[in-house]
Design a protein around this ligand. Sequence first.
Ligand code: ADP
Ligand code: LRH
Length: 486
Amino acid sequence: DDVKAYAAVDLGASSGRVMVGRVGPDSLELAEAHRFPNRPVRTSEGLRWDILSLYAGVLDGLRAAGAVTSGRLASVGIDSWAVDYGLLDADGALLGNPVHYRDARTEGVAEKVWATVPASELYASTGLQYAPFNTLYQLTAARDSVQLAHAERLLLIPDLLSYWLTGEQGTELTNASTTQLIDPRTRDWAYDIASRLGVDLGLFAPLRQPGDPAGVLRAEVVEEAGLSGPVPVTVVGSHDTASAVAAVPAVEERFAYICTGTWSLAGLELDAPVLSEASRAANFTNELGLDGTVRYLRNIMGLWLLQECVRAWGEPELGELLRGAARVPALRSVVDAGDATFLAPGRMPERIADACRGSGQPVPESRAEITRCILDSLALAHRRAVCDAQELAGHGADVVHIVGGGTRNALLCQLTADACGLPVVAGPTEAAALGNVLVQARAHGLVGDLAGMRRLLARTQPSTRYEPQGDTARWRAAQARLAGGR
Ligand code: ADP
Ligand code: LRH
């Protein structure tokens, strides 16, 4: 039988899932084996990932994947959100719960780093946007901690789970590129930056590339999951956004993409980084993708804004909220969805109202009005990122591909098309899992290059097309209302 089953472990900030992808010479099917919530915990020390509960979810998921494949998995791949890590002691034991990137410990830290390496030089060497949570700033914040002093090894989240599953350690490149310790031109460590900032690169396991072998599942894992071993683990684009962009079903078109989930990551796929001062000022990032590509994009707060309101409102049904929002007049008030003031959890409806008041716009009051404000603001931020990326990279786009959980939000997709003045092709929803599966299949010789992967996706995965409606002038006007008139 030339169809093989691959398990993709994909951990998002709001949920984790284990998906089973069945890949043949001209077929690709994806099914969910197990989904589990990802609920960070606020301890007396701060905001932490519940890493053991996530690992338990992965094991449950592998068991569920085994159950639907008669125990026959050709391989397993793991991706997750970026930048965060676990520290191991000399025995290989985890030192503490990994710190959440929304934790407050990095406040004011970047300025200390820039006092040693100016921000412009840091950008020219690493190409990474400023975000307070870049691993470099997290490590700087932790500099004097007992944990870091005792740490012998740092593993990024997917690499940590891979280590627990296989006993083998490595640092996957696409995710490593979010640490701010990689040079996007050499696709190797930024040795000079690390040494000037006192970061010991010896903490990191050797770099490995998507498609490399990552070991085999430990015997106990194989047994617990009811699999027939040995089951190889394959290195994938372990940054979820790298996997998601690999699964953008673009065929011979000039495209922009928006990965929508907890975050919106909006930009272009390039073959070289853009390291100009203008790019830094616009806070665009150059993260590394598959096959020598660069993800040139901007982070936008994304559906986090809505998730946090839904949580504050006691978890009302999403469909109902979105139907209400569709009836509210468009663009009454907008907030800057790129603004890091929305990064921390808590009081989101109030913070959105405050931002509207602060910029002299009508204050949204009902749940429907607040939801509408969020969706209009996201579409506006999508527009700005798609326009700015084209200008800064000198690379045009005729279509915007939306992938990820936000593809299920038809209003958001339509508003994005309207704002960008470009057609939107929405789908696949589980893009990160599909990119994860395809890189595994490719490592086993089943699919071709990135273009071949995308042709297969375009042929097999459903998508919905949204044509732009209305005049983009109203979106330009809304942009001008925001502080700074950008
Ligand atoms: P992450 O990987 O960051 O955890 P996802 O890609 O899973 O995020 O996307 C989660 C988001 O998708 C939710 O916050 C929600 O806004 C949106 N979503 C999920 N299901 C639906 C739905 N049925 N209708 C509209 N939006 C949905
Ligand atoms: C999305 C994501 C994004 C990062 C953020 C920390 O899940 O990986 O690409 O910027 O999480």
